[in-house]
Design a protein around this ligand. Structure first.
Ligand code: CDP
Ligand code: MG
Length: 374
C-alpha cells in the first residue's frame, strides 16, 4: 500500500474568528497533500501535489504552511505516523556562551541547516552561583572556576532545540570541546568556526537525554518564575519582533545577522508564543486606525515569535529606519537594504514589528519582558 502520513491540525480562521480542525494527509511518494474538515465531516482539499511541504517538517509541535494557511500539527492521526515520524524526536539544550552571543544569527543558521527547530530561546546573564549549579558535574575539575567565571561573565542565550536525535545532532554540530582540536578534526563544526580555545568554545550542548531534561528544566522550568531572568534594561531601547511567518520560513538567523551587521546591539532576546488576547492588547493602538489590525493580530499569534530589545542612543528612530516602510513592496522600491525589503512578503507578513514612537520603546519591551515573561 502507498505510504500515507496523517495528522490532526488546527488552523485559526480569522474571518470566522474560529479554530478549525483538519486532518492533514501527506503522501511522500509524490509529495501531495489532502485535507479533511473534522467538524463538518467533509473533504476540504482534494489530494493535490504541494511542493512546499517536506517530510522533515512533519511532526507534532511544528507548524506547516499549506496554501497560505498556517496549520499547527497538534497530534499524529494514526499509530503508523506516530511510529514513523514521531519516535526519534528529542528536545535538547543549546547554550550560546558569552563569547558567541554576537554570532547568534550564524548559530541559528547552522541549527536550521541541520533540520532542528528552536522551540524556546532566552537571553540571560547567569550569576556565579547559577553557573556553578549548571556545571555542578565539573565541580572537581581543575578548570571549574575558570569555566564558571567565563559562563557568568556576560549574557548567554539558552535555547531548546527539537528534532530527530536533537541531542546527538547538536553535539556533532558543536564538535570537540577544544576549539583548536575542533579545527583539526571537524573543520565545519561550530567550535571550529567560531571558537577561541578550550574554554571559550561558543556553545554548550547536553550530553544525554537525561542531561537535556535536567538542563532544560534549569533554564525553562515547568514552575513559572523560577528560571534565570532575562536581560532587558528598558531604557534607551526599542522593541523588535521577528514575526511568526519569518520564523517558520527559516529567516531568523538571516534577520539577526542583518541586525548585528548594521551595528545594532541586541540587549535582550526571548521567544514567545503570544495568545490572541495578548496580541490584541499589544496591537491595541492600531485598532480602528490600521485596516490590517485583525490580520496583524492573527499573524502575531500564529506561531512563536522572537522578541528583541535593541539598545542604544536614539535607537527607536534609527532602528525604525533600518526596518523600512511597513509595506515590503514599497520598501523594495525605496529602501532595498531594509529588513522589510529583504525579508518581508506583504503588509502583514512584513518580517518584523518595530516600535513606532520613541516614547513607546521601553513600554513595548516591558510588555514582553516584564508582563509576558513568566
Ligand atoms: O562542553 P562539552 O560537553 O563538549 O565539554 P566538557 O568536557 O563537558 O567541558 C565542559 C566545558 O568546560 C567545555 O565546554 C569548556 O567550556 C570548559 N573546559 C575548560 O574550560 N577547560 C578544559 N580543559 C576543558 C573544558
Ligand atoms: Mg559536557
Amino acid at each position: 500500500m502507498e505510504d500515507r502520513y496523517a495528522f490532526l491540525t488546527e488552523w485559526y480562521d480569522p474571518t470566522a474568528a474560529l479554530l478549525r480542525r483538519y486532518q492533514l494527509f501527506y503522501y511522500p511518494q509524490d509529495g501531495s497533500v489532502e485535507m479533511f474538515d473534522v467538524k463538518n465531516r467533509r473533504m476540504f482539499l482534494r489530494r493535490t501535489k504541494y511542493d512546499d511541504i517536506h517530510q522533515e517538517d512533519l511532526f507534532v509541535g511544528n507548524r506547516v504552511n499549506v496554501f497560505s494557511r498556517q496549520l499547527n500539527l497538534i497530534d499524529y492521526g494514526d499509530q503508523y505516523t506516530a511510529n514513523k515520524l514521531g519516535s526519534k524526536k528529542e528536545r535538547t539544550l543549546a547554550l550560546v556562551k558569552p563569547d558567541a552571543v554576537t554570532r547568534i544569527g550564524d548559530i541559528f543558521e547552522l541549527i536550521y541547516s541541520s533540520h532542528l527547530i528552536v522551540t524556546k530561546a532566552k537571553m540571560t546573564k547567569l550569576t556565579w552561583s547559577q553557573a556553578a549549579d549548571f556545571y555542578a558535574e565539573h565541580q572537581s575539575k581543575p578548570f571549574f572556576n575558570n569555566l564558571v567565571q567565563f559562563v557568568s561573565s556576560g549574557p548567554a542565550v539558552a535555547m531548546e532545540l527539537m528534532g530527530d536525535e536533537a541531542t546527538s545532532i547538536w553535539r556533532k554540530l558543536l564538535g570537540p570541546a577544544d576549539s583548536a582540536v575542533a579545527r583539526k578534526e571537524a573543520p565545519q563544526s561550530v567550535r571550529a568556526q567560531f571558537g577561541t580555545d578550550a574554554v571559550k568554545n561558543v556553545c554548550h550542548g547536553s550530553e544525554s537525554l537525561a542531561a537535556a531534561a535536567r538542563e532544560l528544566e534549569f533554564f525553562f522550568p515547568s514552575t513559572i518564575g523560577h528560571g534565570p531572568s532575562n536581560t532587558a534594561v528598558y531604557t534607551d531601547c526599542t522593541c523588535c519582533i521577528i514575526k511568526p511567518h519569518a520564523i517558520s520560513e527559516g529567516l531568523t538567523g538571516k534577520i539577526l545577522n542583518s541586525i548585528s551587521a548594521a551595528g545594532f546591539e541586541i540587549s535582550a532576546l526571548e521567544m514567545f508564543n503570544v495568545d490572541r488576547a495578548n496580541a490584541e492588547e499589544f496591537y491595541e493602538v492600531y485598532k480602528g486606525v490600521v485596516t490590517e489590525y485583525p490580520s496583524m493580530v492573527t499573524e502575531l499569534c500564529s506561531g512563536p515569535c522572537l522578541v528583541l530589545e535593541i539598545h542604544g542612543t536614539d535607537v527607536p528612530k534609527s532602528f525604525r529606519e533600518f526596518c523600512g516602510p511597513s509595506d515590503p513592496e514599497i520598501a523594495r522600491h525605496l529602501r532595498s537594504n531594509t529588513l522589510r525589503a529583504l525579508y518581508g512578503k506583504d503588509k502583514v507578513r512584513n518580517a518584523v514589528h518595530c516600535t513606532d514612537l520613541p516614547e513607546d520603546g521601553g513600554l513595548e519591551v516591558q510588555y514582553f519582558f516584564k508582563i509576558l515573561d513568566g
